[in-house]
Write a new protein. Structure first.
Length: 236
Protein backbone atom coordinates (compact mmCIF):
# COMPACT_ATOMS: atom_id res chain seq x y z
CA UNK A 1 0.00 0.00 0.00
CA UNK A 2 2.70 2.52 0.99
CA UNK A 3 0.23 5.15 2.13
CA UNK A 4 0.80 4.94 5.83
CA UNK A 5 3.21 3.82 8.48
CA UNK A 6 2.64 3.04 12.10
CA UNK A 7 4.25 4.60 15.10
CA UNK A 8 4.43 2.08 17.96
CA UNK A 9 2.21 2.92 20.89
CA UNK A 10 1.07 0.81 23.84
CA UNK A 11 -1.99 -1.30 23.16
CA UNK A 12 -5.27 0.44 23.85
CA UNK A 13 -6.73 -0.06 27.30
CA UNK A 14 -10.34 -1.20 27.74
CA UNK A 15 -12.78 1.65 27.31
CA UNK A 16 -13.37 3.41 30.63
CA UNK A 17 -16.81 3.76 32.13
CA UNK A 18 -18.71 6.96 31.27
CA UNK A 19 -18.74 9.96 33.59
CA UNK A 20 -19.99 8.54 36.86
CA UNK A 21 -23.26 10.13 38.04
CA UNK A 22 -22.83 9.13 41.69
CA UNK A 23 -21.39 11.19 44.55
CA UNK A 24 -17.82 12.39 44.20
CA UNK A 25 -17.27 12.52 47.96
CA UNK A 26 -15.55 9.14 48.20
CA UNK A 27 -13.28 9.86 45.26
CA UNK A 28 -11.91 13.10 46.66
CA UNK A 29 -12.10 12.25 50.37
CA UNK A 30 -8.46 11.15 50.47
CA UNK A 31 -7.25 14.67 49.76
CA UNK A 32 -5.08 16.14 47.06
CA UNK A 33 -2.14 13.76 47.37
CA UNK A 34 -4.39 10.72 47.00
CA UNK A 35 -6.15 12.23 43.98
CA UNK A 36 -3.04 13.50 42.21
CA UNK A 37 -2.29 10.18 40.38
CA UNK A 38 -5.93 10.09 39.20
CA UNK A 39 -6.17 13.63 37.84
CA UNK A 40 -6.83 13.81 34.11
CA UNK A 41 -8.48 16.31 31.75
CA UNK A 42 -11.40 15.36 29.54
CA UNK A 43 -12.49 17.14 26.37
CA UNK A 44 -16.16 18.08 26.34
CA UNK A 45 -18.44 20.19 24.21
CA UNK A 46 -19.50 23.25 26.15
CA UNK A 47 -23.16 22.26 25.82
CA UNK A 48 -22.39 18.98 27.60
CA UNK A 49 -21.43 20.81 30.79
CA UNK A 50 -24.01 23.55 31.41
CA UNK A 51 -22.80 24.07 35.00
CA UNK A 52 -19.17 24.45 33.98
CA UNK A 53 -18.78 27.40 36.35
CA UNK A 54 -18.77 24.85 39.19
CA UNK A 55 -16.01 22.77 37.62
CA UNK A 56 -12.30 23.21 36.98
CA UNK A 57 -12.29 23.92 33.24
CA UNK A 58 -10.26 25.49 30.49
CA UNK A 59 -12.17 27.18 27.68
CA UNK A 60 -10.64 26.07 24.38
CA UNK A 61 -12.83 27.99 21.94
CA UNK A 62 -14.89 26.55 19.11
CA UNK A 63 -17.55 25.43 21.60
CA UNK A 64 -15.19 23.08 23.47
CA UNK A 65 -13.59 22.98 26.88
CA UNK A 66 -11.34 20.72 28.91
CA UNK A 67 -12.60 19.57 32.32
CA UNK A 68 -10.27 18.36 35.03
CA UNK A 69 -11.38 15.21 36.81
CA UNK A 70 -10.26 12.06 38.58
CA UNK A 71 -10.28 8.79 36.72
CA UNK A 72 -11.26 5.72 38.74
CA UNK A 73 -12.17 2.15 37.75
CA UNK A 74 -15.85 3.12 37.99
CA UNK A 75 -15.62 6.25 35.86
CA UNK A 76 -14.35 9.82 35.66
CA UNK A 77 -15.48 12.24 38.36
CA UNK A 78 -15.14 15.91 37.48
CA UNK A 79 -13.43 18.10 40.03
CA UNK A 80 -15.47 20.92 41.58
CA UNK A 81 -13.98 24.35 42.08
CA UNK A 82 -15.09 24.29 45.71
CA UNK A 83 -13.11 21.11 46.30
CA UNK A 84 -10.03 22.62 44.68
CA UNK A 85 -10.28 25.76 46.80
CA UNK A 86 -10.85 23.65 49.90
CA UNK A 87 -7.52 21.97 49.26
CA UNK A 88 -5.84 25.33 48.72
CA UNK A 89 -4.51 23.85 45.49
CA UNK A 90 -2.84 25.76 42.68
CA UNK A 91 -4.94 25.21 39.51
CA UNK A 92 -1.87 25.62 37.29
CA UNK A 93 -0.20 22.75 39.11
CA UNK A 94 -3.32 20.59 38.90
CA UNK A 95 -3.52 21.06 35.14
CA UNK A 96 0.16 20.22 34.84
CA UNK A 97 -0.39 16.98 36.77
CA UNK A 98 -3.46 16.16 34.68
CA UNK A 99 -1.57 16.61 31.40
CA UNK A 100 1.26 14.46 32.72
CA UNK A 101 -1.24 11.71 33.47
CA UNK A 102 -2.82 12.14 30.03
CA UNK A 103 0.51 11.20 28.46
CA UNK A 104 0.22 7.80 30.11
CA UNK A 105 -3.11 7.09 28.44
CA UNK A 106 -2.65 4.44 25.74
CA UNK A 107 -3.20 5.56 22.17
CA UNK A 108 -2.20 4.44 18.70
CA UNK A 109 -1.06 6.91 16.06
CA UNK A 110 -1.25 6.02 12.37
CA UNK A 111 0.33 8.38 9.86
CA UNK A 112 -1.29 8.68 6.45
CA UNK A 113 1.04 10.48 4.05
CA UNK A 114 -0.05 10.12 0.43
CA UNK A 115 1.93 13.11 -0.82
CA UNK A 116 -0.08 16.19 0.16
CA UNK A 117 1.07 16.42 3.76
CA UNK A 118 0.77 14.02 6.68
CA UNK A 119 -2.48 13.22 8.44
CA UNK A 120 -2.26 11.63 11.88
CA UNK A 121 -5.07 9.39 13.05
CA UNK A 122 -5.11 8.90 16.82
CA UNK A 123 -7.17 6.08 18.28
CA UNK A 124 -7.29 4.36 21.65
CA UNK A 125 -9.85 4.41 24.43
CA UNK A 126 -13.20 6.13 24.67
CA UNK A 127 -11.58 9.50 25.47
CA UNK A 128 -8.98 9.67 22.70
CA UNK A 129 -10.14 13.09 21.46
CA UNK A 130 -8.72 14.53 24.69
CA UNK A 131 -5.25 13.82 23.28
CA UNK A 132 -5.83 17.07 21.38
CA UNK A 133 -4.37 18.79 24.44
CA UNK A 134 -0.98 17.31 23.58
CA UNK A 135 -1.35 17.28 19.80
CA UNK A 136 2.08 18.75 19.17
CA UNK A 137 3.67 15.76 20.91
CA UNK A 138 1.87 13.24 18.70
CA UNK A 139 3.19 14.41 15.33
CA UNK A 140 6.64 13.95 13.84
CA UNK A 141 7.15 17.51 12.64
CA UNK A 142 7.43 20.94 14.20
CA UNK A 143 4.09 22.77 14.31
CA UNK A 144 4.73 26.51 14.60
CA UNK A 145 1.55 27.09 12.60
CA UNK A 146 -0.54 24.60 14.56
CA UNK A 147 -2.73 21.80 13.23
CA UNK A 148 -6.04 21.41 11.47
CA UNK A 149 -8.09 19.13 13.70
CA UNK A 150 -11.10 16.85 13.30
CA UNK A 151 -12.80 15.16 16.27
CA UNK A 152 -15.59 13.13 14.67
CA UNK A 153 -15.88 10.91 17.74
CA UNK A 154 -14.68 11.00 21.32
CA UNK A 155 -12.59 7.95 20.46
CA UNK A 156 -10.93 9.46 17.37
CA UNK A 157 -8.68 12.44 16.71
CA UNK A 158 -7.39 13.49 13.28
CA UNK A 159 -4.51 15.97 12.97
CA UNK A 160 -2.93 17.67 9.99
CA UNK A 161 0.03 19.89 10.88
CA UNK A 162 0.06 23.04 8.78
CA UNK A 163 3.38 22.81 6.95
CA UNK A 164 3.21 24.11 3.38
CA UNK A 165 1.02 24.85 0.38
CA UNK A 166 -0.23 21.25 0.29
CA UNK A 167 -2.30 22.05 3.39
CA UNK A 168 -4.93 23.56 1.09
CA UNK A 169 -5.55 20.17 -0.46
CA UNK A 170 -5.39 18.35 2.84
CA UNK A 171 -7.97 20.63 4.49
CA UNK A 172 -10.37 20.11 1.61
CA UNK A 173 -9.83 16.35 1.77
CA UNK A 174 -10.56 16.32 5.49
CA UNK A 175 -13.74 18.29 4.90
CA UNK A 176 -14.86 15.67 2.37
CA UNK A 177 -14.09 12.86 4.83
CA UNK A 178 -15.94 14.30 7.81
CA UNK A 179 -19.50 13.15 6.99
CA UNK A 180 -18.30 9.56 6.64
CA UNK A 181 -16.26 9.73 9.86
CA UNK A 182 -19.05 11.34 11.87
CA UNK A 183 -21.83 9.09 10.68
CA UNK A 184 -25.52 10.00 10.38
CA UNK A 185 -25.74 11.34 13.96
CA UNK A 186 -23.05 13.97 13.47
CA UNK A 187 -20.60 12.43 15.92
CA UNK A 188 -18.77 14.35 18.61
CA UNK A 189 -18.06 17.21 16.22
CA UNK A 190 -18.83 17.56 12.52
CA UNK A 191 -16.46 20.48 11.95
CA UNK A 192 -12.80 21.25 11.36
CA UNK A 193 -10.74 23.44 13.66
CA UNK A 194 -7.41 25.20 13.74
CA UNK A 195 -5.56 24.25 16.93
CA UNK A 196 -2.74 26.55 17.99
CA UNK A 197 -1.45 27.64 21.39
CA UNK A 198 -4.26 25.84 23.19
CA UNK A 199 -7.09 27.47 21.23
CA UNK A 200 -9.59 25.95 18.78
CA UNK A 201 -10.87 28.14 15.95
CA UNK A 202 -13.51 26.81 13.49
CA UNK A 203 -12.45 26.19 9.88
CA UNK A 204 -14.70 25.41 6.94
CA UNK A 205 -14.42 24.85 3.22
CA UNK A 206 -16.85 26.80 1.06
CA UNK A 207 -17.68 25.51 -2.43
CA UNK A 208 -18.54 28.19 -4.98
CA UNK A 209 -18.60 28.63 -8.75
CA UNK A 210 -17.23 31.28 -11.05
CA UNK A 211 -19.68 32.86 -13.54
CA UNK A 212 -18.43 30.42 -16.18
CA UNK A 213 -19.25 27.47 -13.92
CA UNK A 214 -15.68 26.75 -12.82
CA UNK A 215 -15.71 25.37 -9.25
CA UNK A 216 -13.84 27.41 -6.66
CA UNK A 217 -13.07 26.25 -3.14
CA UNK A 218 -12.22 28.67 -0.37
CA UNK A 219 -11.07 27.98 3.18
CA UNK A 220 -12.60 30.19 5.82
CA UNK A 221 -11.24 30.62 9.33
CA UNK A 222 -10.02 33.33 11.63
CA UNK A 223 -7.50 36.03 10.71
CA UNK A 224 -4.61 33.99 12.12
CA UNK A 225 -5.32 31.02 9.86
CA UNK A 226 -5.75 33.31 6.85
CA UNK A 227 -2.34 34.85 7.52
CA UNK A 228 -0.73 31.43 7.80
CA UNK A 229 -2.23 30.17 4.55
CA UNK A 230 -1.15 33.33 2.75
CA UNK A 231 2.46 32.60 3.69
CA UNK A 232 2.13 29.25 1.90
CA UNK A 233 1.24 30.87 -1.42
CA UNK A 234 -1.28 29.69 -3.98
CA UNK A 235 -2.91 26.28 -4.26
CA UNK A 236 -0.80 23.92 -6.42
Amino acid sequence: MGLFRRKPRPAAAPSPAPDAPVSRDDVFAGGLEAVRPLLIPRLRRADQLPDRGDHVVRELGGGFLAVLGARTPSGTYFLRTGQMHGWGADPVELWSVGLHNLRREPCEVTVFQPGQGPVYQVKGGAWTATQLLRAEELVDVATPHGCVVAMPGEDLLVLHPLIDVNSYLRIMALQDMLPRLCGPQGGFSDGLFHWRRGVLAPVRVVDQHEPDGTPVHSIQGDAELAAILRTFGNTP
